[in-house]
Design a protein around this ligand. Structure first.
Ligand SMILES: [Zn+2]
Length: 285
C-alpha cells in the first residue's frame, strides 16, 4: 500500500468537524471513467499531477454537492497506484447519504472503463491492504466491511450499485474481498520496526537467504557470509552497533541479539537503524 495524506481542509465536510466512533468500513467506487487521483484529490502535491479543471473535491461543495469520503484509491501522475487519505479517519464523512456516515469510514476507488484487469487487480489489492490497515487501527474485522450497495440493502446508505457493478466483471465480489482482508489480517508476521519504518523478519536462528532479514538470538555469532549488513541489539531492544555492508559472521556478545540482512534487507538495516535507538521486535509463531 502506498498511503499518502492530503486533508481536504476546504471541503465543507471537513469544516463541519464532527467525529464518529468507527464501527465499520464502506467501500465505494466513483462511477465515472477516470482512474486519476488528480480528478478528485488536489491541489497537486507533485505526485498527483495537475487537475486542469480545478474540479477536485478539496473545495466546499464538489460539483455543488455536500460530499466527502475519507480516502481515494487511484493512479498517480506516474501511473502507479496510491491511496490518499483526505479526512481524519474518525471524522464524520459524507459518503453514504445515510446513517452509515455516523459509523463507517468510506473510501472511493477511482473507476476506469471497468474492463482493464491489470488496473482492477492493483486497486483491489490496494483496497484490501487499506482495509487491513484500518481494521488493525480500529479493532475491526473483515465482517465490519461492506460496500455501498450492501449498505443500501441494510438501509444505512443511498441506492447506489457500487462496487458490485464492477468487482464481478473480474471474478471478485465483496465476499472475496472480505476473505482476502481476513487472510491478510491473520497472517502471522514476525517483524522489526523503528518509529518510522518496519520490516518483516524472515526467520530466527536460520541460514540467511537472498534479501532475507534474520534474527539471531542466543548465539555466539551470526555465521553469515559477507553479502549483507548486521546490527547488534541490546536486551532492552536498543541498537548497540550497526556494522558496515560487506561484513558477515558478526560476533554476538552474551545477552545480545543480532539482526542480519542480505542485500535488500541489509539496506533496511543501514537506512533505518541508528545506535542507541529503541526498536520493536514482534515475534509471532
Ligand atoms: Zn458509493
Amino acid at each position: 500500500m502506498n498511503l499518502q495524506k492530503l486533508i481536504f481542509t476546504q471541503n465543507d465536510c471537513y469544516k463541519a468537524g464532527e467525529k464518529i466512533t468507527v464501527k465499520g468500513i464502506m467501500v465505494h467506487s466513483t462511477g465515472a471513467n477516470n482512474p486519476k487521483l488528480s480528478r478528485y484529490v488536489g491541489p497537486d502535491d507533485g505526485k498527483l499531477g495537475e487537475n486542469k479543471y480545478g474540479n477536485h473535491w478539496n473545495t466546499p461543495k464538489p460539483g455543488g454537492k455536500e460530499v466527502c469520503t475519507h480516502a481515494f484509491i487511484g493512479k498517480l501522475k506516474d501511473g502507479s497506484i496510491a491511496t490518499y487519505q483526505v479526512l481524519p479517519w474518525d471524522h464524520k464523512g459524507w459518503h453514504a447519504k445515510g446513517t452509515a456516515n455516523n459509523t463507517h469510514i468510506g473510501f472511493e476507488i477511482c473507476e476506469d472503463g471497468l474492463t482493464d484487469v491489470t488496473y482492477f487487480k492493483k486497486v483491489y489489492q490496494e483496497a484490501v491492504e487499506l482495509c487491513v490497515h484500518l481494521c488493525k487501527e480500529y479493532g475491526l474485522t473483515e465482517k465490519d466491511i461492506i460496500c455501498h450497495s450492501e449498505g443500501y440493502k441494510q438501509g444505512i446508505a443511498s441506492n447506489h450499485g457500487d462496487v458490485m457493478h464492477w468487482f464481478p466483471k473480474h471474478g471478485k465480489s465483496m465476499d472475496t474481498f472480505r476473505a482476502d482482508v481476513k487472510t491478510l489480517l491473520n497472517k502471522k508476521e514476525t517483524a522489526a520496526s523503528t518509529p518510522s519504518a518496519s520490516v518483516a523478519i524472515d526467520g530466527i536462528n536460520v541460514g540467511r537467504g537472498a534479501n532475507q532479514l534474520i534474527l539471531y538470538v542466543g548465539k555466539a555469532s551470526t555465521g553469515t557470509n559477507k553479502w549483507g549488513a548486521e546490527a547488534i541489539i541490546n536486551a532492552d531492544l536498543t541498537v548497540a552497533s550497526v556494522g558496515k555492508y560487506g561484513v558477515g559472521n558478526t560476533t554476538i556478545p552474551a545477552g545480545k541479539m543480532a539482526l542480519s540482512g542480505h542485500d535488500k534487507a541489509a539496506y533496511w538495516i543501514l537506512d533505518h537503524l541508528k545506535v542507541g535507538q529503541k526498536i520493536n521486535i514482534n515475534i509471532k509463531v
